[in-house]
Design a protein around this ligand. Structure first.
Ligand code: S3P
Ligand code: PEP
Length: 497
């Protein structure tokens, strides 16, 4: 099996295992628990969309509490290279400044865009480049060249774009922007990624005829992310709808300039909330939106399957667990992004109980498309769990986990932030796990190692009253502002820090 990210089967950027400076995952002792308050930075998916819409808008706009991460930095850089102004605003956000985005009078090409490993950059920006004048070359990390692009490139061609590539239907390619794009009706097979559809919709209002996208495949993953795209467009006054399942329309017209506050990243909440289940105790996340299109909101239904108690009270989400996990049978095509964390919980549910009785098996299915994420997530998770002594099995569209004991060892991240955080989650319970590339979490949450340690730290410097007052004084509703007081109330006996 190919467990790596490079052509030769080695992991991207990998060195021999013994030469890697690995991150020792902290472990909580069997009689310990976690009690923590974890304010999280903004959503990757919302920040990426709002940057694009702000760049295509009819005037300057503002993004409050945007995410700062590798993916969103690459998005900012891409849009700047096309002529967009993106400037930091003064303020006191803990994770980085608000942004003022000034659309280009005319988008300009004759540039090269670096996509890293970001699906949102490689799928969403080519349509923007088609509206620019001049060639725009796209490339990315070695593994990014394996992520599917053909459906979106062919759809853009059908809508009038001139795109040259080497015939593989992947990075690298060049969009020869003509300053405008005809648009109209287009058929696309988006069974490998919802991002193909979002890519066409996000820029669609700026196509001369708008866009009418018809999905032709037999399945469609990550549907809530398409709903997020439609909502973001409608919030800017664009007429965007879904006239039938698998069909979406965006009318041509102006994209309104707005001041948008980015919600915290609810998918990045997953490993933190899961920690309460893994070791017992409770984890609280502030600024949980009452209404959201983020798929991470499904954690409120998914975590109770493993035995969690979940309470959403006045915008604060608390997950409480006992440390004893149930096995699950979950089919989750909408929320593949959450599946690595849930597979990690399933591996913990499969551990023998303290009284020596076997743990419970699990099946997580509907996630075949995650083979096309930052790595083949099904292959990677199965390989890493089995390397620790587990009994995980690849299914055509998911993973089965059978009862087994786990031992410590080196956990490979495959340059995938969510595989890295899954290793950290398992490491809370299984001593001696090291993650080879914890820096891969910078893709969407550069603060992960610090927030993880803070979650487990004994002291508390969180003063909710003072922090809340700061937020109100700044007049900011929601977002990660409240993170100025990192809550760290942990009981129990921490090992490995
Ligand atoms: O549009 C987006 O922001 C995303 C869509 C989903 O992609 P897929 O449809 O490829 O799963 C999701 O998994 C990814 O993390 C972000
Ligand atoms: C699939 C993911 O990322 P991308 O946007 O690169 O597809 C993810 O963050 O889980």
């Amino acid at each position: 099996m190919n467990r790596g990210n490079d052509d030769d089967g080695k992991r991207a950027g990998d060195a021999p295992d013994d030469a890697v400076e690995a991150w020792a995952a902290p472990t909580v002792a069997a009689d310990g628990e976690v009690i923590a308050y974890v304010p999280l930075p903004g959503s990757k998916s919302l920040t990426g969309r709002e940057l694009i819409l702000a760049a295509l808008a009819d005037g300057p706009g503002t993004l409050r509490v945007p995410l700062y991460s590798r993916d969103t930095d690459l998005m900012v850089e891409a849009l700047k290279l096309l002529g967009t102004g993106v400037e930091p605003l003064p303020g006191k956000n803990p994770y980085g400044p608000d942004l003022r985005v000034t659309p280009a009078a005319e988008l300009t090409g004759s540039t090269s865009i670096e996509c890293g490993l970001a699906g949102t950059v490689m799928r969403f920006v080519p349509a923007v480049a088609a509206l620019a004048l001049g060639p725009v070359a796209f490339d990315g990390d070695p593994y990014a060249r394996k992520r599917p692009m053909r459906p979106v490139l062919d759809a853009l061609r059908a809508l009038g774009a001139d795109i040259s590539d080497d015939g593989r239907g992947a990075l690298p390619f060049t969009v020869h922007g003509a300053g405008s794009l005809r648009g109209g009706r287009v058929e696309i097979d988006a069974s490998l990624s919802s991002q193909f559809v979002s890519a066409l919709l996000l820029s669609g209002a700026r196509f001369t005829e708008g866009v009418h996208v018809v999905h032709t495949g037999d399945r469609l993953p990550s549907v809530p992310h398409i709903e997020m795209t439609l909502e973001a467009l409608r919030a800017r006054g664009v007429q965007a709808d879904s006239p039938a399942p698998g069909e979406w329309r965006v009318k041509p017209g102006p994209i309104g300039a707005r001041e948008i506050t980015i919600e915290p990243d609810l998918s990045n909440a997953a490993p933190f909330l899961a920690a309460a289940l893994a070791v017992g105790g409770s984890v609280t996340i502030p600024n949980w939106p009452a209404n959201t299109t983020q798929v991470g909101d499904q954690l409120r239904e998914l975590l109770p399957e493993f035995g969690a108690d979940v309470a959403l009270d006045g915008g604060t989400l608390t997950v409480t667990g006992t440390g004893e996990l149930r096995g699950v049978k979950i089919h989750m095509p909408d929320a593949g992004e959450l599946s690595p964390t849930l597979v990690g919980l399933a591996a913990l549910a499969a551990l023998p109980r303290p009284d020596g009785t076997p743990g419970e098996g699990s099946e997580i299915t509907g996630i075949g498309h995650t083979r096309h994420h930052e790595t083949d997530r099904i292959a990677a998770l199965v390989a890493e769990i089995n390397a620790l002594g587990g009994r995980a099995e690849e299914l055509p569209d998911g993973i089965a986990i059978h009862p087994a004991e786990l031992h410590g060892g080196l956990w490979h991240a495959y340059a995938d932030h969510r595989i890295a955080t899954t290793g950290a989650l398992i490491g809370l319970v299984v001593p001696g796990i090291k993650i080879d590339d914890i820096a891969s979490t910078s893709k969407t949450l550069p603060e992960f190692p610090k927030l993880w340690h803070d979650m487990l730290s004994r002291e508390s410097d969180f003063d909710p009253v003072a922090t809340g007052t700061d937020v109100l004084a700044e007049g900011v509703a929601g977002g990660a502002h409240i993170a100025s007081g990192l809550g760290r109330i942990a009981r129990g006996f921490l090992e490995g820090i």
